[in-house]
Design a protein around this ligand. Sequence first.
Ligand code: ADP
Ligand code: MG
Length: 454
Amino acid sequence: MDKEELWQALLAQIQFNISKANFATWFRNTNIVSKDNGGVVVSVPNNFSKEWLENKYNKLIFKILHSLDEEIKEIKYNVVHAETKPKDISASQLIDNSYNNSPQLEFVELKVDKETNLNPRYTFNNFVVGPFNELPQAAALAVVRSPGTSYNPLFIYGGTGLGKTHLMQAIGNEISKKFPEKKIKYLSSEKLASGIVSSIQNRSIDKLKLLYKDIDVLIVDDIQFIAGKEKTQEEFFHIFNNLYEKNKQIILSSDRPPKAISSLEGRLKSRFEGGMIADISLPDTETRIAILKTKSQEKKLNFSNEVIEYVAENIQRNIRELEGALNRLAAYQALNNKTPDVETAKTLLKNVIFSPKKAINPDNIIKSVASFYDLKEGDILDVSRRKEIVKPRQVAMFILRDELKSSFPFIGRKFGGKDHTTAIHAYNKISKELEKDENLAEEINLIKDQIYSL
Ligand code: ADP
Ligand code: MG
């Protein structure tokens, strides 16, 4: 086996061992440059890849190469820069994160398709996978393999900026590549709702039905916004059933699971729950570093590990913010012609990075709880015992205690002058229910995400 074949054989095996995104990210443009006396030198396109292969994949690479060729005893990684012309990148291009992410097609403007509303920048290749999003990613790939038959509907939920839109768009893009004949439509639930409302006003419901009739893959983003919109829900129920009966694929996203969307008709809830529900949680530090490195690589940035780690450690709850931080540092670098060090990064990112425990206060909590349960802030503080607000009140009291360690008398006063026993009761009740009710735990986590992202 010559060195070329050896590397191809290795790549073929590696593919089965790691995720597609990681494979594309770390093994793109790698090769064996030399092989002698049991030593192999692997060329990698940049320092990030080098480091990543050395630290994370070396064992695996060694195991595979050694199994293919027993003589191999040692592997070295060398950065070999591809022959690229130096690019003239202006700061505004760097700040604008809507440009394409794939290194091969850099700065080619990618347009959103008018028919499908799909943006080609969202792919599986540039979607980093970690424990926090493995399940939805696997489900997404299953849907791509056989739309309409594996998981229908696929319901993806999770906090803001964690990749729901990216993943759903990637599904659309990949299906359209694999099955060019399939008709795909992506739309936000606001778009869906406004289409329905205007067709009701214009008495053109039949036209609307026609519009959805031939769709093979319908993707509706942020479906939680149809809560409380009865007409929209009713029409959507019919659209959903029509497609579902014909085995057409439906993909939905939301900031919370169907059960937790209040003011959503029961029959829709149960439809939404009828397929696969997969949640995206928060990425761990290692994955955040991987995301930052991938994005740096795409943008041809070469920040130090300390800077990357500083960002990863301090921005924890939102991938969009990670990207934003990177763009800020990139803009600094482009304008000042030097790479930022950690001190500079601290100053530049002051506004983005905050200490959560310091930033939140009782009002944030009450606001988030109210909005989660579709209530007004005043309702939560209301002393009346309206049934539907009992639970949200208790949840708010619980979070106040749990996150801020507020005293029970303080909590009692905040909630309409109740004495501290009411607050203690609420806290104990929710604590107890949390032990057996996973949905409640989920709800509270989502509310906390919301509180910290305010
Ligand atoms: P959401 O729809 O959940 O609010 P988005 O899909 O808009 O989040 O993601 C926010 C940003 O973070 C986008 O630019 C997206 O490309 C990026 N992003 C999210 N998840 C990932 C991931 N796993 N790997 C790479 N980039 C990601
Ligand atoms: Mg989104």
